[in-house]
Design a binder for this molecule. Structure first.
Ligand SMILES: *Cc1c(COP(=O)(O)O)cnc(C)c1O
Length: 218
């Protein structure tokens, strides 16, 4: 689906929810997409992209950063502590903070660099054993622990279980964000970004609807 069509759908969903046009950031999830699909979207003027693997993203985006201004890269996939340094160098926002050990290392890196990426805490709203994220009942304490380390948090992120109504998870995430004084809500993907906007998403993460089906798993 062309970028203009996704953008039009986002604007329509914002209007339906009584939200200002442009209040949702579209993160174009370019993981494992062929380079020509990515440059096509770049050449249309889009600058906000998301990837799920640090190493692949570094390989792809390092040359593109030379060619395109104002790129805004988001890490939406799992973060290992041994990849933290390259991650904070490449990404302006990390959506997958979910462990105290990571938070501590991020806090140390922020001290050292005098700068920290924007941070979203990933919440495992469906309490799925195979999925990353802080469990809902542990979230408030986790937020408190991050703040005690002087980390500034921007919001919460979730990936609802595939077989459940996503709106329930979006509503839960919003409630948890409100309760913790957080305004960012990273929620909604290709199949459900309009529902996420209706429930207050600040960032939607759209991959296949924009670029076409991914060639390999990712
Ligand atoms: C791949 C991915 C997306 C995009 O998924 P689509 O269904 O292709 O839009 C969004 N968020 C995360 C965390 C992902 O890994």
């Amino acid at each position: 689906m062309p970028l203009a069509e996704i953008t039009a759908r986002i604007h329509k969903a914002e209007a339906a929810a009584g939200r200002p046009q442009g209040s949702t950031t579209l993160i174009a999830i370019s993981k494992v997409q062929p380079l020509e699909r990515v440059t096509a979207v770049l050449d249309e003027g889009h600058r906000v992209f998301g990837e799920n693997r640090v190493q692949e993203a570094t390989g792809r985006w390092t040359p593109l950063l030379e060619q395109y201004d104002r790129l805004d890269l988001h890490l939406v996939g799992p973060l290992q502590s041994n990849k933290l340094r390259p991650a904070v160098e490449l990404f302006g926002t990390i959506h997958s903070l979910d462990r105290e050990k990571l938070a501590r290392k991020l806090a140390d890196l922020a001290q050292e660099r005098g700068h920290c990426p924007k941070l979203f805490v990933q919440v495992n709203t469906g309490a799925e054993p195979q999925k990353a994220g802080v469990l809902p009942e542990a979230l408030d304490a986790f937020v408190g622990a991050c703040r005690a380390m002087d980390l500034t948090l921007d919001g919460l992120m979730c990936i609802p279980p595939v077989d459940e109504e996503p709106s329930l998870h979006f509503a839960l995430l919003r409630k948890m964000a409100e309760r913790n004084g957080l305004t960012g809500l990273s929620m909604g993907m290709s199949a459900d970004f309009e529902q996420a906007i209706a429930l207050g998403a600040s960032h939607v993460r759209v991959g296949s609807a924009l670029f076409g089906a991914r060639v390999s798993a990712g």
